[in-house]
Design a protein around this ligand. Sequence first.
Ligand code: ASP
Length: 325
Amino acid sequence: MAKKKVVILATGGTIAGVGEAGANTGYVSGQIAGVDLVAAVPEIADYADVTVEQFCNVNSDDMTGELWLKLAKRIDELAEDGSASGLVDAFVITHGTDTMDETAYFLSLTLRTEKPVVLTGSMRPATAKEPDGPANLLGAVQSAVGFALEDEPVGNNVWVYFGGDLFDARRVQKCSASELQPMGIDFPGSGTADFDNACESPFFDISGVTELPRVHVVYFAVDANPRLLEFASAISDGLVIAGAGSGEFSLPWSRALANVDIPVVVATRINHGVVTLNRNLALAPESVARISAGELPPQKAAVLLRLALTQTKNPSRLAKIFENA
Ligand code: ASP
């Protein structure tokens, strides 16, 4: 059987990081080219016919909405274009771990193609004594080929492969800042893909979108100044609050929020559980949206709100989008 065609889109991150020879920390992300990362793992050629495209080479904290739009459009373009070297079967994206969950979720909400997309990265730079990038890259290619061999797409087609585990794009989070397996659902390594119950995401058509709405996350902690909300709402089209507990915050924040006339989604700064809308929102004007993020963590609620705002500002339509996400 002919090998599956996989395009590896390299975006940077620690997997392409360079530091002092042998050291695990103190490096600079996004230095090595994607072709060199792939050349360092010759076994990849046993599984797939691979081409590499250097999409960008950044620390993933420098990922932007503009790059997300370009990346999604590029993947769809490659998925649909059979003219060059034949149809692509699957995609692997090398990416920094810090915002990998956001990029994966964005792609799962916006890609037209149902071809598999697997993101991966590493916690140690390429120059570490025992880098984890090569094994992750090989595993991501093997997973992408495995999905491409399925007759039907499995759940949503965007996945994160890391440290031997697969995670679906909607639920994955970076849950550890330092462990070799940082990815999980609630804690590192948890929730390896449950293929039967893989989450489907709604679809947002971004073909006509040139710029994403501005959404900022505002983090609540004891004595957080309510003027943070005033400032954030002045520079945003929508806000996400990372509240305490089940999405709570102080009375001064509640009062300040009454004057915020843009959509607000309430999430929680805790890694686990569902947000309920509560007393904090009692003062909200009815004409603007006040929405629960449900189980989405703040950074993913922000991704969804940015996309939702490309379609509507209507409070009940926005609420429906969050209910169905
Ligand atoms: N700061 C790095 C990045 O996200 C961390 C990593 O890749 O692990 O690009």
